[in-house]
Design a protein around this ligand. Structure first.
Ligand SMILES: Cc1cc2nc3c(=O)[nH]c(=O)nc-3n(C[C@H](O)[C@H](O)[C@H](O)COP(=O)(O)O)c2cc1C
Length: 130
């Protein structure tokens, strides 16, 4: 099973969730800004996450979603943080679907900064996909 974790985080909340997910599946969480963010080897599961900013996604995450290829990414699993609205989950799912990538309905979410229990839950959530 090939698994990758990619995230976009301005303040660190979504990064923390990404790192817990990555720990659960035994890979590194990579920011969409990083030089090695591109998925070049096929992956069975791509965990992809970002937060909600003014009811939208960060433009770097939107641009990254555009680069994804359904021949390389078999399935997307979404994670997100926000203050109140879970619209970010829907937006990321839509971004994946618009590229023809199947999306897992279930997602991982934390309200703003994830606490220890939420990080543990994210780790366990991710393990289901190994
Ligand atoms: C500029 C800005 C706009 C935001 N807009 C929203 C919003 O429209 N709805 C919401 O629920 N949370 C909103 N938030 C809260 C963030 O989604 C939340 O703090 C999130 O955990 C930030 O993730 P990050 O630390 O990974 O950047 C906003 C935060 C910032 C800084």
């Amino acid at each position: 099973m090939n698994i990758a974790v990619r995230y976009c985080s301005r303040g660190g909340n979504t990064k923390a969730l990404a790192e817990a997910i990555a720990k659960g599946v035994g890979v590194q969480a990579v920011s969409v800004d990083a030089a090695d963010a591109k998925i070049s080897e096929p992956v069975d599961v791509l965990f992809i996450g970002g937060a909600l900013y003014a009811y939208g996604l960060d433009k770097r995450l939107k641009a990254y979603l555009e680069t994804l290829d359904k021949e390389v990414v078999k399935k997307g699993v979404v994670f997100s943080t926000s203050w109140i609205s879970k619209h970010s989950v829907d937006l990321i799912k839509s971004g994946l679907r618009s590229k023809g990538i199947p999306v897992e309905e279930e997602y991982c979410y934390a309200k703003s900064k994830p606490n220890g229990d939420q990080l543990k839950a994210a780790e366990e959530f991710a393990k289901k996909y190994i």
